[in-house]
Design a binder for this molecule. Sequence first.
Ligand SMILES: Nc1ncnc2c1ncn2[C@@H]1O[C@H](COP(=O)(O)OP(=O)(O)OP(=O)(O)O)[C@@H](O)[C@H]1O
Ligand SMILES: [Mg+2]
Length: 391
Amino acid sequence: MATRASTFSRGTLRKRIGELQCLYGIASVAAMPGATLEEQASRIVELLPGAFRDHRRAFARITHGGREYVSGTPFPDAFILSADITDDGERVGSVEIGYRDAPAEPDICGPEALLLNAVAERLGGIVERRRSRDQLQTMKRKAVEFKALDRMKTNLLATVSHELRTPLTTIKGYTTMMLDYHAKLAPEEIRDCLEAVDAATDRLRRLVDNLLETSRLEAGMLKLDKRPGDLRELVEGVAAEARLRSARHDIAARVAADARKVEMDERRIRQVLDNLVENAIKYSPDGGTIQIAARRNDGGVEVSVSDEGPGIPPQELAHVFKRMYRLARAPRKPGADGLGLGLSICQRIVKAHGGTIRAANRETGGAVITFTLPCRADGRKKPRRAKEAGA
Ligand SMILES: Nc1ncnc2c1ncn2[C@@H]1O[C@H](COP(=O)(O)OP(=O)(O)OP(=O)(O)O)[C@@H](O)[C@H]1O
Ligand SMILES: [Mg+2]
């Protein structure tokens, strides 16, 4: 009897030690800094069977977040003890112990279930802490993003005000002068004043247009109205208007015969060409040639606008399409103001057409911006329907 009692207490003692070791192990895993929830669950599931009766015949399983962590080999007819993992009172998973053969003792569900509940509670604590930490990190990230956004808004306002002020000052200056001295000004002087006001108004309109366009594009409001169009007519129209704007440049247009027919949103492609030609005028010296050229390439047409200006430093070529990006040390002519929006607008429009845009420098000097527009491979018109054809 004494032997049986000491055998029993030795067995119970071993089991209690196993339980304690397991709980201690779980507590250490729970406190592991930097470990992911997946890593913690994988380690805990390995520790679990050690705390249970006859662990050689047991397997453990933790289910959480759509994943399952298992130690040992689960078998279909196992005797399963299960406890819920809860987070803020909600069931978010379970922890289970399965035995190959149900142990004979009738009290199996009592102490073992208590232990399992303690483990589930521990796991719930880990999940809850993790969630709070994730929420805190998200809030911190959002705060940083808001700060950056706020800074950007302040910068944007400062740049916009500065850029708008320049042409406004010109308009105000010349109109005040004409009002004050109109009786003393010669007709040609009045004409000069009016030309300056006209040019400043154009600049102002383009700045405001680009600003509005950017906010429309940011809001995802770019809807293309693509139809078959005549690229030659479009390019010649852009060149003719640009000649009126800058008599100081030689503006040439050349569209190959096989590149005329293009499926495009004409208004938008005109906007792209206007921006590219405007840049060429702004950033290249008076007297230079600006060439708008279009030719057929493999998948469609390729349109380029080149100038004879200083070009773009190689390390900046990829950046000029970013919103509000302007070259820091670009040689600026008077009137070469801008918000750094033109090329980013061009890129969005070209991309929406399924094309690409890139900046490069010509070997002979000057920048060349090239964009592509895809075309149907055959380039033929759609066949007419039988009724139309027969009519
Ligand atoms: N043809 C060019 N030659 C030299 N530099 C250029 C040329 N085109 C663009 N850049 C550089 O790229 C920058 C970005 O051009 P983008 O058209 O986006 O803006 P912007 O002309 O400065 O202003 P916005 O177009 O909004 O009036 C310009 O500020 C300029 O520094
Ligand atoms: Mg521009």
